[in-house]
Write a protein that binds this ligand. Structure first.
Ligand SMILES: Nc1ncnc2c1ncn2[C@@H]1O[C@H](COP(=O)(O)OP(=O)(O)OP(=O)(O)O)[C@@H](O)[C@H]1O
Ligand SMILES: [Mg+2]
Length: 501
């Protein structure tokens, strides 16, 4: 991972860059200004020398006194930096160059600066390859020109002085930049130290350890930031404490209410169980007496009354048994009684019992038990029957015409049998929204329909709870208008040595 440069390093780097840029710019401006000033002074000096020489040779030129002209020229030639001094006649022919040999004498000079001086009648200077050229006319009067003075001076001394100046300036800038860098390091440390302290403190808080006291960060912006941070921390601590208190009080409330609700629910279930049990005993007596009454010599009307008493009692007993089962399951008191059984036989008996009478031929009921599907299992026969009776009972109850099929599929898996008992009808079906609801206690998909056919709405609840107790489950699938399929799926232990009877 590339680590980002620290604030301190950035501050130092930026400060040094700024100092270097400023020092460089100031040095460059200073060097160039000073060079221009020195050069202008040098130029003025040479022009003054040339003019003075021009005045001095006015008379010798007039008299054409070459010796005197050479003396004057050689005195100028002796001055520092002078390379050549020439006095020319009006036709730009060299009269003397100040030396005894005078090699150029008589030669015509056609240098551009001389031609310019000749045309403009003014003093002309020009810099060429490190040599300053000066040329100007010698006038007797405004109309009469006697000749020209041409001087050549070396700028070597000027250049040397300039180089020296550059070196000094660079040295000075370097020293300044060095001092500024030291100052930048000190300044950056001072600025970043409190920020670092605050960062370390925040990191300590985040890792859960560390002191809760905000470090001293001075009185400037960072100090104020630290104070604000301290304020936020205090506020957070207070809110945390309040939240914890609230959470614990809520938890206590929830516990208290759950306990009360559980106690209420248990009391309700126990009451239901006791009541159902208590009603069942006299109800059995009523049923027994009704059947005894039926066997005595009754006339037709009396026999009808006695039958009605018996049938109503049986219906009531069924409801009471349902409520008793439900409360037993709800309070966890229902225990399964498992034993080896033959499922094919069990289902055949149930289908035979529930099959509509042939004269009421509106619905047919049949069993479809696959030949290879295991049949000898270990389970609670009475409870399996209760589940199947309920599913088939519902299918028959809600199907006006058509068929109800009990299909059994499954396979052996080691010493267990995975079985699916599906009850399919051609009834009215159940809307998707109601499918979940009908597994809840006392819930019916269409209360008007069930009013016609009767029932408490407990059958599926009890059946699915029983299936869950066996480690399986019941699921329903339906298409309104076409029919429904309720499937009881469960894994049973296989009863290997069951003798089919
Ligand atoms: N095969 C089915 N076809 C259509 N609707 C059904 C079917 N099976 C169940 N239902 C709907 O689900 C509701 C609940 O069924 P459940 O067996 O729990 O109660 P019930 O049959 O009404 O009463 P109980 O079974 O207690 O006598 C039914 O009232 C009915 O609306
Ligand atoms: Mg039912």
């Amino acid at each position: 991972m590339i680590s980002m440069p620290s604030l301190r390093a950035k501050l130092v780097a930026y400060t040094i860059l700024i100092v270097l840029a400023v020092a460089g710019a100031v040095s460059a401006i200073s060097v160039s200004l000073s060079y221009r000033a020195s050069f202008a002074a040098f130029e003025r000096h040479t022009v003054v020398l040339a003019r003075t020489l021009g005045e001095a040779v006015l008379e010798p030129l007039y008299e054409l006194n070459i010796k005197l002209m050479r003396q004057q020229a050689s005195s100028v030639l002796a001055s520092e930096g002078a390379l050549r001094v020439m006095i020319l006649d009006a036709g730009t022919r060299v009269l003397t160059d100040g030396t005894d040999e005078n090699p150029l004498r008589g030669k015509r000079l056609n240098a551009p600066h001389l031609l310019q001086a000749r045309e403009t009648a003014a003093w002309v200077t020009r810099l060429q390859d490190g040599v300053l050229l000066v040329a100007g006319p010698v006038q007797a009067t405004a109309d009469r020109r006697l000749g020209y003075v041409v001087l050549e001076f070396s700028t070597a001394r000027l250049d040397a002085e300039w180089m020296k100046h550059i070196r000094q300036t660079l040295l000075l800038s370097g020293v300044c930049a060095f001092l500024a860098s030291i100052a930048a390091v000190i300044m950056a440390s001072r600025i970043t130290r409190p920020i670092q302290r605050l960062t370390d403190f925040a990191a300590g808080i985040r890792s859960g350890g560390g002191k809760r006291e905000v470090p001293d960060c001075g009185n400037d912006e960072v100090g104020r930031l630290a104070e604000a941070f301290a304020g936020v921390l205090t506020h957070l601590d207070r809110s945390n404490t309040e939240l914890k208190a609230l959470a614990s009080s809520l938890e206590n409330q929830v516990k208290e209410r759950t306990r009360a609700a559980e106690a209420g629910s248990k009391a309700k279930s126990e009451f239901l169980a006791t009541m159902s049990h208590e009603i069942r005993t006299p109800m059995n007596a009523v049923l027994g007496m009704a059947s005894l009454l039926e066997e005595t010599g009754l006339n037709e009307e009396q026999a009808l009354y006695a039958r009605t008493i018996a049938e109503s009692g049986e219906a009531l007993l069924e409801i009471i048994n349902g409520i008793l089962d439900f409360s037993r399951i709800d309070t966890g008191k229902l225990e399964l009684q498992t034993a080896p059984l033959d499922l094919r036989e069990l289902l055949t008996a149930v289908v035979r019992l529930l099959s509509p009478k042939p004269d009421e031929d509106r619905v047919t009921l049949r069993l479809d038990y696959g030949p290879d599907v295991p049949s000898a299992i270990v389970g609670d026969e009475a409870r399996i029957r209760q589940i199947i009776v309920n599913l088939i009972g519902n299918a028959l109850k809600f199907t006006e015409a058509g068929s109800v099929t009990v299909g059994v599929t499954g396979r052996a898996d080691g010493n267990r049998a995975m079985l699916r008992i599906a009850v399919t009808d051609t009834g009215p079906g159940i809307p998707e929204n109601d499918m979940q609801k009908i597994f809840e206690a006392f819930c019916q998909a269409d209360s008007t329909a069930s009013r016609d056919v009767g029932g408490t709405g407990l059958g599926l609840t009890i059946a699915s709870r029983l299936a869950e107790l066996m480690g399986g489950g019941i699921e329903g699938q339906s298409e309104p208008g076409t029919g429904s399929t309720f499937t009881f799926a469960c894994s049973f232990a296989m009863a290997g040595n069951l003798v089919p009877g």
